[in-house]
Design a protein around this ligand. Sequence first.
Ligand SMILES: [Zn+2]
Length: 77
Amino acid sequence: MLKIGTVRWRGKCSKHPMFDPYTDGAGAVKGGCPRCQSLLEIHECHQKMLKLMRTFTPPQVKKKAVNPFEDLQESLF
Ligand SMILES: [Zn+2]
């Protein structure tokens, strides 16, 4: 069995603090900056990990609970 807890992590390039791999993409890495490149790689690995997890265990769609008293309410009117 594999268990992975909740991970909250933040990384920012000191030279390019506005760079966001999620919205900007690989084309926004200026001058091959190694810090921005690392952020991009971390983002890509994270996306790949999420995809693998969702493929392994697809998210479950919760069924709406049936209210047994639903018919009783209508008889009041
Ligand atoms: Zn940078």
